[in-house]
Design a protein around this ligand. Structure first.
Ligand SMILES: Nc1nc2c(c(=O)[nH]1)N[C@H]1C(S)=C(S)[C@@H](COP(=O)(O)O)O[C@H]1N2
Ligand SMILES: [Mo]
Length: 532
């Protein structure tokens, strides 16, 4: 017996429409991934929209994201974008079931959004950055139109008798499976091509032999290396070093083709230098220095601070070779704006860079070429200034200008133009809510006030008197100092441990709590523990 007409119910059409939308969205991302391998990975729609979102996010929300998700903030952002895309794709699919053209046109609108995001980024150099989004959207629109058409197609043997017959379920399923398989293939191929696109950069990094610095770091007193369980080591290993930047895709720069341009106001002799110029000492003396880097977004007690041994060219030498003079000697520029390959801009005071401190263009970090995530091939490091006003990674341009004439990236987003590091101290051990045994409890941590040094650290138990902590020997005024305090914990129960430091000028760390925005958090770090 022949089956009766089996047309799709409203409900099934909606569900299948949503599925068509998801398949179209998946195809869009897969095709975009493949095309972005031919353009550049940063031009992919999710990365481009994510980067644009980062650029447009108000400082307070960004703070919140960094605080809650830490270095995972970028992953959370991209997952969020994917979730929103999935919902919108399902909506367009349901729409397409009713209005096929409108659904397909809606997909194209997303292509335009992705294309605008990709070409509107500061690191976008050409309109080809639009191609991943455009191709992805066109393929997805056609696919959605076609898949939805399958929903109203009749089984082949019934197509003759118009009006009757059941829908071509088998035809739809094969179309959907084919679309999913083709998308997966395109996406995987794109992934593979994208991950090999930085090969030149990887090769150039492996080939780097760090030169012997003309001016090596001063020997570190052995008593500076305090080792206690839970206490940060004096030097932070590269793999543990905090990372804060706006890059969703870590830039892979080939050192052999890298150039740094120095130009701008009062630059009598503009220069363009190569990586080899830096290594060979043709751009200034190679120095090796121990410098603690800190992020302005670090909360009191937070993790965004680390200490490394850097090798690089003394930036003052290079600037002087270009004829740059500090404002105090009549130079017209008071701001040095560093630009990176990913469009970041970071403005530092020219006076500080030229005042004799060890500001450098770093090529080495803890005996290695810079890791890609920390700025390979070259980054700036200026002791005493927060990273966002000094430590440009993947640097490619230095422009001399004025603070009056130009606001750098973070300054446009409500952070201060100038931001020297504030005196801070942190309890590394015991951890909050630890349950130490009664008796001697080792309290230990780090304290920093880059370029002023640390002269004293004190610890207080509950509301008791401030007691001197034992300071490990200092390395330099630009590095943090380790400290410890043997606490005689005699009474059980809850206790609050608080630390404060005094910098090299004798100024104590302020108790006043201020937020990270606009120029760095202040206040004392406390840890509550429960003695058993
Ligand atoms: N190109 C680029 N450089 C950058 C940033 C960035 O987002 N992009 N972030 C800055 C900030 S805010 C800090 S604190 C330091 C962090 O350096 P790290 O990631 O090597 O620790 O890099 C600085 N340099
Ligand atoms: Mo930062």
């Amino acid at each position: 017996m022949r089956s009766v007409t089996k047309n799709l119910s409203e409900r099934s059409r909606t569900v299948l429409g949503a599925l068509c939308g998801l398949l179209a969205g998946y195809a869009a991302l897969a095709v975009a991934e493949l095309v972005s391998a031919a353009v550049r990975p940063e031009a992919g729609p999710v990365v481009a929209v994510g980067a644009t979102a980062i650029d447009r996010t108000p400082a307070t929300l960004k703070e919140w994201a960094i605080r809650h998700f830490g270095t995972d903030d970028k992953l959370v952002l991209q997952l969020g974008i994917l979730a929103v895309l999935a919902v919108l794709a399902m909506f367009l699919g349901v729409l397409a079931v009713r209005f096929r053209r409108a659904g397909a046109a809606g997909v194209l609108v997303f292509g335009v959004v992705g294309a605008l995001a990709a070409t509107g980024r500061p690191d976008s150099r050409s309109a080809v950055d639009a191609l991943p989004s455009v191709f992805g959207a066109v393929v997805a629109a056609v696919l959605l139109y076609w898949l939805v058409a399958r929903l109203s197609a009749r089984r082949p043997e019934q197509s003759a008798d118009a009006g009757g017959g059941s829908w071509d379920r088998r035809g739809f399923v094969s179309a959907a499976v084919a679309a999913a398989a083709a998308s997966t293939g395109a996406g995987l191929l794109g992934r593979a091509l994208n991950s090999s696109s930085g090969r030149g950069a990887v090769t150039s990094r492996s080939a780097v032999v760090l030169p012997r610095p003309a001016s090596p770091a001063a020997p570190v007193p052995t008593s500076a290396f305090l080792q206690l369980p839970g206490l940060s080591p004096l030097f932070t290993p590269n793999s543990d070093f905090y990372r804060v930047d706006t890059a969703l895709v870590v830039p892979k720069v080939d050192a052999t083709t890298w150039r740094l341009k120095i130009h701008g106001e009062g630059v009598a002799r503009p220069r363009t230098i190569t990586f080899d110029d830096l290594l060979q000492g043709r751009a200034g003396e190679l120095i090796e220095r121990d410098i603690t880097l800190a992020c302005v977004s670090n909360e009191v007690g937070g993790p965004y601070v680390g200490n490394a041994r850097w090798i690089g060219v003394r930036l003052a030498d290079l600037l002087k070779s270009c004829g740059v003079r500090p404002p105090s000697q009549g130079g017209p520029a008071d701001q040095l704006v560093a630009r990176s390959v990913d469009g970041m801009t970071i403005g530092s005071p020219v006076e500080a860079v030229l005042d004799g401190r060890d500001a450098l263009l770093a090529v080495g970090m803890n005996g290695q070429p810079l890791p890609f995530a920390h700025g390979f091939p070259v980054r700036m490091v200026v002791p005493g200034l927060y990273g966002y006003v000094s430590a440009c990674k993947w640097i490619e341009d230095i422009e001399l200008t004025t603070f009056a004439a130009y606001d750098a990236y973070w300054v446009k987003r409500s952070w201060a133009q100038q931001a020297p590091v504030k005196t801070q101290s942190r309890i590394d051990t015991p951890k909050p809510f630890a349950r130490p045994k009664r008796g001697t409890v080792m309290v230990a941590g780090v304290a920093w006030a880059q370029h002023r040094g640390i002269s004293r650290v004190e610890v207080r138990v509950d509301d008791g008197p401030w007691q001197q902590a034992e300071l490990a020997a200092g390395d330099t005024v630009d590095t943090w100092r380790l400290w410890s305090f043997a606490w005689q914990a005699t009474s059980t129960g809850s206790h609050t441990l608080t630390v404060r430091a005094t910098d090299g000028t004798g100024t104590p760390q302020t108790e006043q709590r201020t937020p990270t925005v606009p120029n760095g958090a202040t206040g004392w770090h406390s840890v509550v523990v429960s003695v058993d």
